[in-house]
Design a binder for this molecule. Sequence first.
Ligand SMILES: O=P(O)(O)OC[C@@H](O)[C@@H](O)c1c[nH]c2ccccc12
Length: 268
Amino acid sequence: MNRIDATFEQLKAQGKTALVPFLTIGDPDIATSLDIIEALEQAGADMVELGVPYSDPLADGPVIQRASERALKTRVTMEEVVHLAHDARERGIQLPFILFTYYNPVLQYGLDRFFKLVVDKGISGLIIPDLPIEEDEEVRQMAEAANIHLIPLVAPTSNDRVKRIAAKARGFVYCVSSLGVTGVRADFHAGIDEFLSTVRSATDTPIAVGFGISSREQVERFSKQADGVIVGSAIVRKIEEVLPLLQSEGTKQEGLQQIREFVSSLKA
Ligand SMILES: O=P(O)(O)OC[C@@H](O)[C@@H](O)c1c[nH]c2ccccc12
């Protein structure tokens, strides 16, 4: 069984909602990213999106754009991100890993070569935000052959497409809470509740909400309608805040502790 499915089943039996952080891998370096992933698990994360840094993150707000720039300075490659997942599994981290990459780096790497790279590395899910459903059949088949769920995104504007996207979804349906780019928000798309009900009625696959979520109140709000909540920018911003602590041996643990405290404050 795929770890994502097992995790949602477990949480559902406990009446809990999955907390799914996103982080940009290699920010500030690969070794620290591994420590942060461990801290996320200790703080109660249920799965994690491993962001492959990209030079043209069109759907990202300033926080994640800055994180990508910092990571690209250390020239993080797709291979290093995938090997990090494998190393994290070796270190005993149990979280389901969701590889998060824009489509271009996958195409540059080559589809066949990419799926040969990611298979059997402990990766359970794949999110490619700019791969439209109209073009995703080949990627979906190659992912399923590698026992990796291709997780689709649906936005509040996707209305008639929601049913088609949700019907083929594996792992979970990523429901985008607002239009625009990633980043902490005070409020969400006006019709978000109806939108989530529409997605819910279109599939038995779990649904998770992301974009703009940064507080326990917002997590609780979405826990009523979704099986998971995704938090990226708020966590990446916390990583950015504690970078000076993370980057010197003597204060690294203090930096990791501050990340743990922020993430556990989100757990409803
Ligand atoms: O950062 P936010 O507002 O918490 O949203 C999650 C988001 O970071 C993560 O899922 C993500 C990072 N980059 C993306 C690009 C498109 C869609 C989603 C993403």
